[in-house]
Design a protein around this ligand. Sequence first.
Ligand code: UGA
Length: 440
Amino acid sequence: MSLKVSVIGTGYLGATHAACMAELGFEVIGLDIDQAKIERLAEGLLPFHEPELPELLRKHVASGRLRFTTSYAEVGEWADVHFIGVGTPQRTDGQGADMSYVDAAATSLARHITRDALIVGKSTVPVGTARRLEALLAEHARPGVELSLAWNPEFLREGFAVRDTMTPDRLVFGIGTIDSEAMLREVYATALEAGTPVVVTDFETSELVKVAANAFLATKISFINAFAEVTETVGGDIGTLADALGYDARIGRRFLNAGVGFGGGCLPKDIRALQSRVSELGLSHTMGFLAEVDEINLRRRDRVVHLAEAMLADELAGAKIAVLGVSFKPDSDDVRDSPALDVATRLFNAGAEVAVYDPKGNANAARRFPRLDYCDSLYEAVDGASLVLLLTEWEEFKALQPGDLEPLVRKKRIIDGRNVLDHAGWEASGWSVAAMGRRY
Ligand code: UGA
């Protein structure tokens, strides 16, 4: 008989995992403490933008294979495997991760599970968490119920969440005191049969793989952005430099795009949480380079603000600036730690009139920073603008030609914060162009 699966937390990770588990043929219940979110999901409505996921959600809500609840009692007596996919946001008092949601999920599960079951942690956590949770589960488990814990980090990217979940690059199984490998192999049988590499290891390694991967990606981006600072001073072409580096298979071209830097709900918070955790472990210098990675990244935002100030000079106060893109990356409506939104608000605070257009991110950005002028179209945003900023590389922005904007803008000035336009072509059309890693 097929395993019954519960997924605790129906945010980005949990909602995707639940829908994909249903697609793999399991019966699934998603649980969240947010009643309104559960009601919407039960109607097949996704509270965020993610390609392919709405179709999958609707399909399996309709088939009855995917249900939603707020009741731990319901999942505790029903499921064989419980995935924990709740958030671990940055703590408000500092750099570390807020573990209260993970701890609450584990405790609630332990109190409500009525038969032997496997609990699988997927959330991104500080190393040492799984070992701590194993003890927490034992403390709160009902008498006679054996709860095993495994750690199985998630590597999905926003915008590719379904694809990354269905066909991951690798699976990592962190196994604790009770051996749970066979059950994990059953859960992931489809991917394993398709040849997905699997790493079976201990708790600590599995927790570290996740944060190490994000730290490496962040470092790679800041590495090229540090060279962008050099080419901005000395001249040279940062894109060509990245291409030439990327041909070396040991380096690779991916995540070497210079730009306004990384943002989102993962990379920035994860590198800060990792530094904080290793400091707690008495290794404060070990991850010191990540502070530098963070600083290089934040300096990219300063660079765009300074370029805008330089291009507008004493016209900035009251000038209209069009900001194209406000989500932290394309194909996402997520504005958490978005470099684009940060730049937009800073220019607003400096006195500019900032008109924003993002194909999906406007509503989330407006909730965080309502005072910008959110536009329904790119053309409305650029109408009368003295400066255009391209800050998220949505396809519709990458396809822009100078002639598309010329009838509307007041001044032909653009900052390409993602280096996706043909700069020479725009300059040939009379535009003043600034870009990342480029002398101005
Ligand atoms: C990231 C990781 O890529 C996933 O593997 C991981 O599972 C996820 O975090 C997580 O921990 O949950 P995500 O935050 O969705 O995924 O976004 P990425 O595609 O990694 O992009 C992060 C940021 O880096 C974006 O702001 C993007 O614009 C920026 N970036 C990316 C660059 O500035 N340059 C690049 O070359 C690549």
